[in-house]
Design a protein around this ligand. Structure first.
Ligand code: SAM
Ligand code: DTB
Ligand code: SF4
Length: 345
């Protein structure tokens, strides 16, 4: 795969509704104002734009199923305000050591048997040590040998670590921007926004596909949601996978009492992610259980075309595989059969 450096396109302010017909401004960048204009469209207009993007880019209309496994849970030194894996919060999570290779491969076989095409391995680390990378590369090779796509999320990566993961044939590395740069400061202090952008750039430079999204419903404003999507969409190239998590407020974390976002605003966020990143897999991620069937159906209508398919995410719940299969069948949605996303340029 060709190595590509991720860069950011400069932002300009484009305010008029008419400008949306150009989709992006002369520099090729989305402005925050343009994205806010999308958010404010009448709902049916927004859905019409989504369907145009959907038909042009995903004629098969299939939904990708990714199974997640937490290979190292809890005890994290970071202070992400939504996360119960942070050691400093009084949340009900026991810190575990890195799982053994055999256990990981058993879980991957079960995911494949249940119909998943991608297996994502996540670790509650600020950043992996080089000896961790050695262990994870053995996992990646084992999971690949089962015929699954692989994804890992291990925290911040140095250039040489990204290179080692690429050499083990890791397909995707996942590292979220989480929210807009200004709201970020009220949620996380131990890792800067630029650190996240640097890791994404190291992943791109090593030649892997990027999975990058964030969380909504943490108390951010619509403008901040728009600014968050602008940062993602203006990555050049934008991420191949864009997980949109709905905050799961967990007891013991600073966001435990956060009021849920209006479900229609969540659906709008999915729709705007589709329009601004038309060829990305937009993944409906954490919080699906709480959203229920009807709101999930609207999210698929807004063209989410990837889900985490497993009963457990990291430590919070997720719908059961049979429930997901039932919902997808009822909506007439196929699941993705082929593997390997193209790198977007
Ligand atoms: N430790 C690694 C890191 O942060 O880079 C990887 C795992 S971390 C749990 C992956 C993502 O899950 C976070 O960036 C966040 O977007 C999402 N997430 C974590 N806890 C969440 C929660 N309570 N509700 C919704 N999303 C959550
Ligand atoms: C992502 O953006 N969401 C997934 C995956 N990437 C790692 C994880 C969601 C975690 C939800 C909270 C939990 O179960 O710990
Ligand atoms: Fe650690 Fe990741 Fe949780 Fe942040 S989101 S506290 S880095 S496990």
């Amino acid at each position: 795969m060709q190595a590509t450096q991720t860069t950011e396109k400069p932002l300009t302010q484009v305010k008029s509704q008419k400008d949306l017909h150009k989709e992006v401004d002369a520099s090729g960048a989305w402005s925050v104002a343009q994205i806010e204009t999308l958010f404010a469209l009448p709902f049916s207009e927004l859905m019409f734009k989504v369907q145009e993007a959907h038909r042009a880019n995903f004629p098969d209309g299939d939904v990708e199923l990714a199974t997640f496994l937490s290979i190292k849970t809890g005890g994290c030194p970071e202070d992400c305000g939504y996360c119960h894996q942070a050691a400093r919060y009084d949340a009900d999570v026991k810190a575990n050591k890195l799982m053994d290779l055999d256990e990981v491969l058993e879980a991957a076989k079960a995911a494949k048997a249940a119909g998943s095409n991608r297996f994502c391995m996540g670790a509650a680390w600020r950043e992996p040590k080089d000896r961790d990378i050695e262990k994870v590369t053995a996992m990646i090779k084992g999971v690949k040998a089962l015929g699954l796509e692989t994804c890992a999320t291990l925290g911040m990566l140095e250039t040489n670590q990204a290179q080692a993961l690429q050499e083990a044939d890791l397909d995707f590395y996942s590292h979220n921007l989480d929210t807009s740069e200004d709201f970020y400061r009220s949620v996380i202090s131990t890792r800067g926004y630029q650190d996240r952008l640097d890791t994404i750039s190291n992943v791109r430079a090593a030649g892997m596909s990027v999975c990058c999204g964030g969380i909504v419903g943490m108390g951010e404003s619509r403008e901040q949601r728009a600014a968050f999507l602008a940062r993602l969409a203006n990555l050049s190239p934008y991420p191949e996978s864009v997980p949109i998590n709905h905050l799961v407020p967990v007891a013991g974390t600073p966001l435990e009492d956060q009021k849920p976002l209006d479900p229609l605003e969540f659906v709008r966020t999915i729709a705007v992610a589709r329009i601004t990143m038309p060829r990305a897999r937009v993944r409906l991620s954490a919080g699906r259980q709480e959203l229920g069937r009807a709101v999930q159906a609207m999210c698929f209508q807004a063209d989410a075309n990837s889900i985490f398919y497993c009963e457990q995410l990291l430590t919070t719940g997720n719908p059961e595989a049979e429930q997901d299969q039932e919902l997808l069948a009822e909506l007439g949605l196929k699941t993705k059969q082929s593997c390997k996303a193209e790198v977007l340029v």
